[in-house]
Design a protein. Structure first.
Length: 79
């Protein structure tokens, strides 16, 4: 079995710390977050650097066996 998670990677514009979050949160909500390293507020949607589909391979009981990058969504969702 397989399950998928649409992930967006963004960089804090003040200190460069990378973050990976669910794309529905970054793209749809587009709300500001507080950097856990430098403490400043910024917008992950405005600072996104990559978006891709994370694929989870599951065993018969739905437990995650492996996670891997499925494909880039950058061209599909150019927002
Ligand atoms: Zn920061």
């Amino acid at each position: 079995m397989k399950a998928f998670l649409d992930v967006t990677v963004s960089l804090c514009p003040y200190c460069g710390t990378p973050y990976a979050d669910a794309s529905w949160y970054v793209i749809e909500l587009a709300s500001d977050v507080e950097c856990g390293v430098c403490g400043r507020s910024w917008n992950p949607k405005a600072s996104k650097v990559d978006r891709f589909l994370l694929e989870f391979l599951l065993d018969a009981n739905g437990k995650v066996v492996e996670a891997r990058k499925n494909k880039s969504l950058t061209q599909i969702n150019a927002d």
